[in-house]
Design a binder for this molecule. Structure first.
Ligand code: 5GP
Length: 236
């Protein structure tokens, strides 16, 4: 399937039309941003890693009954996806405290949560993707009650599946962000699942193997992405 017109360019991906009106190509870039693009840089090879990791995880989730926009891996950086209307929510699930939850409710980093913490954020860069509740989402017309219930069910089911998958790789799945889309009157998982959108800590050492290495200037950023790819592809 050939790439057609460039339709959209985001911080980490480009989206192209194809000859099929129901399908797009998403291309993963090496560009890296953090803190709502206040910090910018490049992580060499990141696009390839994120494309391949997302492909493996989307296929695993599909097999386990979670519908996703994944159609096919096309090349190192390109993935064929279903055309969806993105729900303007960033859905976060947390298993261990880090990042936003430490700032929002004043907890220390590294606390293992007895139950996963589910959050929704308004996907709006101008407001720094604020944490909102379902009433806010309804006021803004972002999703219906029914859609939000489906999204929460999927997000928590995905948590079970991803946690188990990463346990097998000796990795703690600390937290992650998901985006969903509307496709032919259904809700499906969209965007990507990668070291850009998840926090991964090596069990035992606590070594961070995700975008926090870039956000916090920890060094060895490329190596961390490659390490996650090699663990994931060995498993699959
Ligand atoms: P936090 O709310 O702690 O900043 O992020 C929670 C999780 O969601 C982290 O794994 C983080 O990487 C991911 N996340 C949240 N917002 C964004 C975003 O705008 N872009 C990306 N790439 N990941 C995000």
């Amino acid at each position: 399937m050939d790439k057609g017109e460039l339709l959209y360019e985001g911080k980490a991906k480009r989206v192209y039309s194809t000859s099929d009106p129901d399908l797009y190509v998403q291309e993963f870039k090496d560009d890296a941003t953090a803190f709502n693009a206040k910090k910018k840089g490049e992580i060499v090879g990141k696009g390839v890693v994120n494309n391949k990791i997302s492909s493996v995880l989307f296929q695993m989730l599909e097999k386990e009954g979670v519908p996703t926009h994944f159609e096919k891996l096309l090349s190192d950086r390109d993935m064929l996806i279903k055309k969806v209307e993105i729900v303007m929510l960033e859905v976060t699930v947390r298993n261990i405290t880090a990042g936003g939850i430490c700032r929002t409710i004043g907890v220390e980093e590294g606390v293992r949560l007895k139950e996963p913490v589910y959050e929704i954020h308004y996907k709006e860069d101008k407001l720094d993707d604020p944490l909102i509740n379902e009433d806010h989402a309804k006021v803004l017309g972002l999703a219906t009650d029914e859609e939000m219930a489906i999204i929460k069910d999927y997000a928590l089911k995905i948590n079970q599946l991803l946690k188990k998958f990463f346990e097998g790789l000796n990795i703690d799945l600390v937290d992650y962000k998901l985006e969903f889309g509307r496709y032919k009157d259904t809700i499906i998982l969209a965007d990507e699942i990668s070291p850009d959108t998840c926090r991964f800590w090596e069990k035992g050492t606590g070594k961070k193997l995700d975008k926090d290495r870039f956000r916090q200037d920890l060094g060895d950023v490329e190596d961390a992405y490659q390490e996650m790819l090699s663990r994931i592809t060995q498993e699959s």
